[in-house]
Design a protein around this ligand. Structure first.
Ligand code: SF4
Length: 100
């Protein structure tokens, strides 16, 4: 296979979404994980706590978190972590990878 065809094939590869079939959040209100516009901090904390409770029992939590960390997912609760927590986790994983 030529280099051009190999690169085109790589670009056309779709991510594996299979893990989402097992997601505990399937069928749940999206707003629980992303929040409404203009949400105030106290409501946000309550909502995130509820979302994290769902994530804690999710069988694909690790896959979800790895997916969200590997992409520019700036918003929402993924894998039981909010935006700030994912940024910290992303940095932690990068430090660990660089140290290896
Ligand atoms: S970890 Fe949370 S956001 Fe991710 S698939 Fe599971 S329930 Fe949904």
């Amino acid at each position: 296979m030529s280099e051009v065809r190999r690169q085109a094939a790589a670009l056309l590869q779709r991510p594996n979404w299979g893990w989402q079939d097992e997601a505990a959040c399937r069928g749940r209100e999206v707003v629980l994980f992303f929040g409404p516009d203009g949400e105030r901090q106290p409501e946000r904390e309550i909502r995130e706590r509820k979302a994290k409770t769902v994530c804690a029992a999710c069988p694909v939590r690790a896959e979800c978190l790895t997916y969200a960390i590997s992409r520019p997912e700036k918003y929402g609760t993924w894998g039981g972590l909010n935006e700030d927590e994912r940024s910290s986790e992303r940095r932690r994983r990068m430090r660990r990878a660089n140290a290896a």
